[in-house]
Design a protein around this ligand. Structure first.
Ligand SMILES: Nc1ncnc2c1ncn2[C@@H]1O[C@H](COP(=O)(O)OP(=O)(O)OP(=O)(O)O)[C@@H](O)[C@H]1O
Length: 274
């Protein structure tokens, strides 16, 4: 792990991460199992706002349990860095750099202070709905062309930048695969966004799992509501206020049979013309 990790780290810091990077800690943007995401501002340039996804380390070598947790944290961090370093797309969250400090590992990214699409869901304008769906589809198409799957696409993981464009973020569950036909076990994901086949104990096509989650994300965007325990297909089919093309697209994407779901390339062809 050490050799692999050192090749993924851009900077090793001796002291406090904020001090060494000359940043002021402003607020906590989110909290996860690994640690937290912190909004920080450069002391040199107050216009430079960064989000630091920090993976806490205890580095208590004497405590075996703490050592095991640290090993797992390092593994998760390395996985996310490795995937992000290979991605360069205007609708995908860029990794500016990765750092190691005495008490944490951190991904440094541009901060999206407007938050996630999930937070803005009830106030979306028709022009934003179309733009976000199109940009998300372009991001997924790019990922899938690189044989990479996200595996946690949802409205909470789509951040909005200062220019009102979206950035697909959180590559913690992502995988880079050898080809588009490989089948793997997918046991993680978020309730309502998880494709039905992932609840079986069998291998599944992860690209189709992403397309189901994309369908649920489109559902939340066009219905302007967060998903809950309802019949998604029935609701979208009977929501006559939603443009027909969206109802048709979401219905295709949410099909229970993964083989019947369209690919990102197929959906992109439709949304590019809208
Ligand atoms: N670059 C960023 N700019 C602004 N906020 C961010 C940024 N990155 C992450 N966040 C916020 O922090 C939260 C947690 O980040 P992230 O999704 O990467 O971690 P996670 O533990 O995998 O979260 P989850 O379990 O909710 O998917 C996000 O939902 C978002 O609100």
């Amino acid at each position: 792990m050490a050799a692999n990790m050192s090749s993924l780290i851009d900077d090793v810091l001796e002291q406090d991460i904020f001090e060494e990077l000359n940043l002021s800690e402003v607020a906590v943007l989110g909290v996860g199992a690994y640690g937290k995401v912190v909004l920080a501002v450069s002391k040199d340039d107050p216009n430079e706002k960064l989000a630091l996804k920090m993976f806490s380390l205890s580095e208590d070598a004497a405590d075996e349990d703490a050592r095991k947790v640290d090993e797992e944290t390092k593994r998760m961090f390395c996985k996310e860095v490795q995937v992000m370093k290979g991605l360069h797309h205007c609708s995908i969250m860029p990794l500016l750099y990765s750092v190691q400090a005495p008490d944490c590992l951190a991904l440094v990214m541009p901060a999206c202070e407007r938050g996630a699409v999930a937070d803005a869901i009830t106030t979306l304008l028709p022009s934003q709905q179309l733009k976000y769906i199109r940009q998300l589809c372009q991001a997924i198409h790019y990922l899938h062309e690189k044989n990479t799957v996200h595996l946690d696409i949802k409205a909470n993981n789509i951040l909005i930048d200062d220019d009102d464009n979206i950035l697909l973020s959180d590559f913690g569950f992502s995988r880079v695969l050898p080809n588009k036909h490989v089948e793997i076990f997918v046991e993680l994901g978020t309730e309502y966004y998880r494709a039905p086949e992932t609840y079986s104990d069998e291998r599944v096509n992860p690209f189709k799992v992403d397309m189901y989650a994309f369908g649920m994300t489109c559902w939340t965007i066009v219905m302007k509501t967060r998903p809950s325990k309802v019949d998604f297909l029935d609701i979208i089919r009977t929501s006559l206020g939603v443009p027909y093309i969206y109802r048709r697209m979401v219905t295709f994407l949410l099909q229970a049979d993964p083989d019947h779901r369209p690919s990102a390339a197929q959906v992109l062809e439709i949304v590019s013309k809208l």
